[in-house]
Design a protein around this ligand. Structure first.
Ligand code: GDP
Length: 138
């Protein structure tokens, strides 16, 4: 069981002024913020982050979107972090995301779905290392 996961509040949610409400919901759900930063990803960096999706038809659109405005990246700690966080954010497509989940409440569409959440312990570590040095984690 892991105790760390990685998240990003995506550009449209930051632009809409929902970052504070989303982070509040995350903290109220028992996650501790270990690291936090606001950053504008270049296309190159966004492409690298989503390299695993390179073969998917929406890859170019995803990279454009994720570099279209600043995101807020965070490393989160909780028992069973990866699975509990996936439950808190809900399904990829907000039209089928469970009521009360972050995506049901804040996402615009399947593409612009407000938040990212790591899908495995290995990816949580890779994604955390992508954004944060050890000196940025408390
Ligand atoms: P997640 O793990 O729930 O974030 O979903 P995936 O790993 O399947 O997809 C990664 C991200 O790609 C999603 O969070 C969306 O932002 C985006 N995405 C997924 N499906 C589509 C799609 O059909 N079209 C577009 N444009 N983006 C998509």
């Amino acid at each position: 069981m892991s105790n760390l996961t990685f998240t990003m509040v995506k550009p449209e949610a930051v632009e809409a002024g929902n970052a504070g409400a989303i982070l509040n919901k995350i903290e109220k759900s028992g996650f501790r913020i270990v690291a936090l930063k606001k950053v504008l990803l270049t296309k190159e960096r966004a492409g690298e982050f989503y390299e695993v999706h390179k073969e998917r038809p929406f890859y170019a659109e995803l990279v454009d979107y994720m570099s279209s405005g600043p995101i807020i990246a965070a490393l989160l700690e909780k028992d069973n972090a990866v699975l509990d966080f996936r439950e808190l954010i809900g399904a990829t497509d907000p039209s089928v995301a469970a009521k009360g989940t972050i995506r049901a409440e804040f996402a615009e569409s399947k593409a612009k779905n407000a938040v990212h959440g790591s899908d495995s312990d290995d990816n949580a570590n890779i994604e955390a290392d992508f954004h944060f040095t050890n000196g940025e984690r408390f």
